[in-house]
Every structure is written in C-alpha cells, then in structure tokens.
Design a protein around this ligand. Structure first.
Ligand code: ADP
Ligand code: DP6
Ligand code: CO
Length: 356
C-alpha cells in the first residue's frame, strides 16, 4: 500500500451576473439571496491545487501562492478538510474499503494564476479547487452537487465553481443548509460564444474582504432588504435569458445587478467602495458602446460586472470581443493584453480620455 496519496486539480473562477451578497447564517455560509454565475474557461483565471496525504505529516497545512497560511481550527479551510475526511470515512464504512488516508494529515499547495483577494473571485476557485482536490486524492465518487455543499462552507461563491457553464446557487430553506447548493442552469456548450474580457484595474488586495463587507451590509443597510425582495424575479429572468440565448436581456440584467450590489455597498455604514475611478470610466465606456450599438439596431453588445473589487469583467459574444478589446485599448493605452482569446488588462493609472 502506498504510504502517501497525491492529486492535483485545476479549477476555474466563476463571475456572478446575479450577485451573492449577505449571509443569513455565518456559521453555515447560507446566503440571503440566490445567485447565478458564469464559470470561466479553465485556461483563463484558475486555481491549481495539489493535495498530499502522508503518515509522515504531523498536521494539516496549506501554502497559498508559495506562502504558508495558518489553518485555524474550526475555520473555513479546516471545516472543508474535516467534511472531506468525514466523506472519506463514510465511503470506507459503506464499501468496507479502509484506508488510513482519512486518518493522515494533508498538505495542500495552491496557486492562483491571477490576483488573489482583489475582487476576481479567488475564494471561489480557491475553495472549489481545495474540495475537488481532496475528493480526488481520497478517490471519492461524490457528485459536484454534493461537493458544492462543502465548498460553500469554505466560501459561498465557491459552490458555483464546481460546475462549468451557467450555474445557480439556490439559497435553500433548510436550517442545516442541506439544500443550499449549486445547480447547473446550462452547460458551457449551450451558449458557447459568450466570452469574458477581464480588465484588471488593480491587483492589490481589497481593503474589506467579501466576508466582512457583506456582514456589515446585512447589519447596517436598509437597501439590502429591497435587494433581497427583487432578486428572485431577476433570477427567473436571467435563467430565461440564458435559455433563450438572449444577450440583450442578459446584458441589461447583468449590469443592473452589478450596480444594485454596489449601491447596497454604498448604503452600508460605514460605506464600502469597491469600484474606483477607472472602474467608473469602464462603466461609462460600455454604456457609450451600447448606446451606439442600440442606435445601429444591434442591441446591447457588452455587459460589465464588478465583484467586490475594482476589476471589470465584460461579457460579450465572441464576434464582439475584438471591438470591445480595441475600444478598451484605445481609451486605456497603457493596458496590456494577456493571452490570446481572453484579454486581461492592466489599466492602472488614468482612465484616458472618455467618449462622454
Ligand atoms: P476574492 O474577491 O478574490 O474572492 P475574498 O475576500 O472573497 O476575495 O477572499 C480572498 C481569500 O480567499 C484569501 O484571502 C484566501 O483566504 C482565500 N483564498 C484565495 N485563494 C485561495 C486558494 N487558492 N486556496 C485557498 N484559499 C484561497
Ligand atoms: C461580490 O463568496 O467571496 O463576488 O462566502 O464570505 O467567502 P464568502 O464570500 P464570497 O463573496 C462573493 C461576493 C461577490 C458576488 C458573487 O460571487 O456572487
Ligand atoms: Co470571494
């Protein structure tokens, strides 16, 4: 029998078009509203995690981007590891296939190929990769739905990264969180000409983490009650737009929801400012692009969305990527393209001359 087990997985980021913001249970990471996201392509923004279990190891340990992170007992990482060990034990009991790996400690080594904690959903790909990697190292047959229940406890948005394509996180009604999990709304093949142009405005770590930001919102914002009220209709409309491949409706809803989420952040006390001047310049640019596009009877051709950070993700159809990239490059001449199909821009300084 091997004296260590090892596995490596790569998991992509997902960027929400209907945002999760607010917890009704902090302990179980249960949301105050449902959310829906698009999982990006694996070779765009992703996390690669390796797990090794060995009888030589004295404790569970995690290295993130080459630096060791403390695993707090009872914290989110520890919870995910313990839940996965429980699944491994249950599997052994059921199939009478004992293996000491579930008793051994695990070392996890993880890298994000994009800025961490900067509002590009590193916690989503990070915790999804961690859970998927442990399922792989433990040779577990659990479904993505089952794993999403565990990844959710690491970071809410992580539950959606276990599926490709268009993914909803149903908030659920059960107190124990057993029905608060991810569900694939449509596969990546359903609408495969949707693209994400990623504009990295700043790669710095955000001042207010998503976890503490949304807690403050729940505690202090009256506007979040209105958001909780309006999201169910938006979820239904977004699912319809995706099913019908209606980019015009998809774009309008995506931008509205991003703006509503940032309005709720502003309504928090003290207010949270995730977007900056460059973010706002990108918003104006996309609206101007769409205004011209609508005049040409082509409908909305671009949709920005901002997570808890200043960086923009612009969704568009593949045939429009070139126009959008050229436009951003024109107004942000210092931007640097990154990779071939999907571009990442470092538009760090001045927003350039705006068309408005
Ligand atoms: P983001 O907008 O990048 O998701 P968050 O504030 O939600 O930012 O979460 C960032 C935190 O997620 C990091 O400080 C770290 O604790 C955790 N995280 C990020 N990437 C990983 C990873 N690859 N493995 C484990 N944890 C990660
Ligand atoms: C704005 O999933 O990072 O990106 O559950 O506390 O880890 P925790 O929060 P997290 O929040 C994501 C917020 C968001 C919107 C979204 O991804 O739905
Ligand atoms: Co996050």
């Amino acid at each position: 029998m091997a004296d260590y087990w090892q596995a490596t997985v790569t998991t992509p980021v997902n960027i929400a078009v209907i945002k999760y913001w607010g917890k009704r249970s902090v302990a179980l990471n249960l949301p105050t509203n449902a959310s829906l996201s698009v999982t990006l392509h694996q070779d765009q923004l992703c996390t690669t995690t390796t797990a090794q279990c060995s009888k030589e190891f004295a404790s569970d340990r995690l290295w993130l981007n080459g630096k060791e992170e403390v695993i707090k007992p009872g914290g989110r990482t520890d919870t995910c590891i313990q839940e996965m060990k429980k699944l491994r034990k249950a599997y052994e009991d059921k199939y009478e296939d004992p293996h000491p790996a579930s008793e051994w400690h695990v070392h996890l080594c993880s890298f994000n190929n994009f800025p961490t904690a900067a509002g590009l959903a590193s916690s989503a790909s990070g915790y999804a990769a961690l859970v998927h990697c442990l399922a792989t190292v433990y040779r577990l047959p659990n479904t993505s739905t089952e794993l999403s229940l565990i990844a959710r406890q690491g970071s809410g948005s992580a539950c959606r990264s276990l599926f490709g394509g268009f993914v909803a996180w149903d908030m659920g009604v059960n107190e124990d969180g057993s029905d608060s999990k991810a569900r694939q709304v449509a596969s990546e093949d359903h609408w495969d000409d949707i693209n994400a142009v990623i504009c990295v405005v700043s790669d710095e770590k955000k001042g207010t983490s998503s976890t503490s930001g949304m807690q403050r919102t729940v505690e202090t914002s009256p506007l979040i009650q209105e958001r909780i009220r309006l999201v169910p209709a938006r979820m239904a409309e977004m699912e319809r737009a995706i099913a019908a491949q209606d980019f015009d409706a998809f774009a309008q809803l995506t931008m509205k929801d991003s703006n509503n989420f940032h309005a709720v952040c502003l309504d928090t006390s003290p207010p949270i400012f995730y977007m900056n001047d460059v973010s706002r310049a990108l918003v104006a640019l996309v609206h101007e692009f769409n205004r011209v596009s609508i005049l040409q009877k082509r409908g909305h051709r671009a949709a920005y969305t901002f997570d808890a950070g200043p960086n923009a993700v612009i969704y568009c159809l593949r045939r429009n990527v070139k126009d959008i990239v050229n436009m951003v490059m024109h107004y942000f001449p210092q931007a640097e393209p990154f990779k071939d199909t999907y571009k990442v821009f470092y538009g760090k300084d001045t927003p350039g001359q705006m068309p408005l």
